[in-house]
Design a protein. Structure first.
Length: 344
């Protein structure tokens, strides 16, 4: 069967000009049909185009090469292989049940929710939720791109720290079940707290061993869930008195915050004194909130702090000045604003 053909000279023929370099590796999937043979078709790959001359690879996607007569049409249509390459929202009886994970850091966590979607992210653990990693950065616009201004927009971004306890975390104990996200302090308190990360939270809680893990800093350090168990499950160290620093993930980007604050997931029934927090930047830790008491903030409530400062910053810092007294005070510091690529 021939692997070249000459098309009728008409304007649409020249739409494949990008296939003029045979070394580029580019192809165009196309379909051959003829009105004289209804229901018969052949999928081909166009690999080279020069004027009205085409070079093709025959019989792609399970189709057979056909001896086509004159007046055969070649068209760029959607094919079965194209549809199969799309991300599918599949229903199934498996634990993942149609979940989707693309470019994730941890696929086990990313697909653990039914129909959850995680794209270039750590994971989406909420059914029907979606999570896109990275930062929505407003890109530079060149002088020649004025007509494309609509392509240079971005939504505000909202981010948050891991879950922390601004109150009194429970002391680690032996032979105790701990679930993903549990927070403890060591039996010899050091002002640090430790957040549990589980590789497979759906497997259920883990039971601590008889020996206490070697809880120690610095902030951000990992400690095995049980000594000698490996790092599939681990405790992460936080020191809220020295603060949690959130740096921007890429160079050449500034963050212009419009709002910061704290989202409370659980306020212990015994809490009698509210925590006091500060929020700012690594260079100015009280820039946006200086010793602010989270007065009467209850379970599943949010404390919002509007930011009127005009500076673009390269990072944020969240500090606990005075812990809550009388119980746990679990939640996440959060920030909201616009990420902009600098012009320099």
């Amino acid at each position: 069967m021939a692997t070249t053909f000459t098309a009728v000279d008409e304007p649409s023929v020249y739409r494949f000009s990008y296939l003029g370099d045979p070394t580029s590796g580019l192809i165009q999937v196309a379909t051959l049909t003829n009105p004289a043979a209804p229901g018969v078709y052949e999928v081909v790959h166009i690999t080279m185009h020069n004027g009205t001359d085409f070079t093709i690879v025959r019989g792609r996607e399970g189709t057979s090469a056909v001896a086509w007569a004159a007046n055969t049409f070649i068209s760029a249509r959607v094919t079965a292989a194209m549809l199969e390459s799309f991300a599918q929202n599949r229903e199934s009886t498996t634990g993942n049940n149609g979940a989707l994970a693309l470019g994730t850091v941890d696929q086990t966590a990313a697909v653990r929710a039914s129909k959850g979607v995680a794209i270039n992210a750590i994971g989406s653990g909420v059914e029907d939720a979606w999570l896109i990693g990275g930062t929505p950065v407003l890109q530079r616009v060149a002088a020649t791109s004025v007509s494309l201004m609509d392509r240079h927009m971005t939504p505000d971004g909202t981010g948050a720290t891991p879950t922390v306890d601004l109150g009194v975390p429970p002391i680690w104990t032996a032979a105790t079940q701990y679930s993903d996200g549990a927070i403890v302090k060591s039996t010899t308190p050091s002002g640090q707290q430790f957040l549990l990360w589980m590789a497979n939270p759906s497997a259920g809680p883990l039971t601590s061993g008889a020996t206490e893990p070697p809880f120690a800093g610095p902030a951000g350090a990992f400690t095995e869930f049980s000594p000698g168990s490996g790092f599939n499950n681990f405790w992460t160290c936080f020191n809220l008195a020295s603060g949690i620093t959130q740096d921007l993930p890429m160079a050449g980007v500034r963050f212009y915050p419009s709002e910061v604050g704290f989202i409370c997931f659980e306020r212990g029934a015994g809490v009698t004194t509210d925590p006091v927090i500060s929020i700012g930047t690594p260079a100015a830790p009280t820039k946006y909130a200086n010793a602010v008491a989270l007065t009467s903030l209850g379970t599943n409530q949010i404390h919002r702090i509007a930011v009127t400062d005009q500076d673009g910053v390269g990072g944020l810092k969240f500090t606990l000045g005075t812990p809550a007294i009388g119980g746990v005070f679990r939640g996440r510091f959060y920030f909201k604003g616009t990420f902009v690529q600098s012009e320099s």
